[in-house]
Design a protein around this ligand. Sequence first.
Ligand code: NAP
Length: 330
Amino acid sequence: MQYEEILARTWDVVIVGAGPGGMGAALYSSRADLSTLIIEKNFVGGLIALTMEVENYPAVDFASGMELAQHMEAQVKKFGTEILYKEVTRVEKAEPVGTAPSFHVRLADGESVRALSVVVACGSAPRRIPARGEEEFYGRGVSYCATCDGAFFRNKDIMVVGGGESAFQEGHFLTQFGKTVTLVHRRDQFRATPLAVRRARASEKWSEKLGYTIEEIKGEGVVTGVRLKNVSTGEVDDVPVDGVFGFIGYEPAATFVEGLCELDGEGYLVVDGKMRTSCPGIWGCGDIIKGSLKQMVISAGNGATAAIDIREYLAEHKDAETASAEHQAA
Ligand code: NAP
């Protein structure tokens, strides 16, 4: 569909974010014959597209995240979902359509899309490593995506930061490229599952520096080393490395509905059991919602829950309009 046509319509459902949550919502809304537009600022799949291997989604234990994302995209398009690659900057209330609230979804290029309902499924962004030099060397040896950048570090010394599932899974993936992979974590206990820890530790390239944080990332044009700091003693240790991959969690990115929907203290969207936010007409799903377990299967389910509720909500508004028109005609 041409951009002008997308802008000219009032969409039943506009979904912000094309990760598993957004795709789950799109699948259910487009199959219910609701006009559905996904707006995505980067690429389909969200964080799952950056994951090398997916093995915990029912019936899928053979796909890369990217393959799975492409399947999801093809599936929602088959049922009529449109995907627009733009950044959303703000969602604002617009004139109601009949009894239903409506919204302007403002885009970074100054245009806006009109929606009868909005699903916020924008996920969260990787938390940046809080170390001197991180900004200077971001993209020059500092990365947050093993799938995207791992191959640049063949036979190099790689450092992975974090003690969660991502650090161990992605770190394990990086052992196929690096000469060595060293995990740095601020304590000696992990949030990662024992399975992920066992798999990473099985590689002879793997080692761990526990009880350390990265104080500084150093280099000349590209990363050449890091300064580690022992959390208990404060002692520092300069270690040569070629790449630093950060997996220290994620931060929510729903500022475009700030003031319209309730967010918790950390910026996650507060939703009820039907994925409704505090603002009628706006739903939330996936990693952006408060208390999310950040699992693809859950995000996809959240999306389906939201879409089913939206179908009922829009039908109720249509019924109310019909009743009101009949009342006026009588
Ligand atoms: P996470 O579970 O939040 O772990 C973040 C890690 O980074 C923690 O070990 C934390 O240390 C450390 N950390 C946080 N801030 C730090 C800082 N400022 N400096 C140094 N270290 C810091 O993040 P995640 O591993 O990305 O996982 C996020 C969610 O996605 C989890 O729910 C996880 O289960 C899920 N996930 C699932 C899969 C899968 O099912 N296949 C794969 C990846 C992730 P502390 O432990 O000391 O707080």
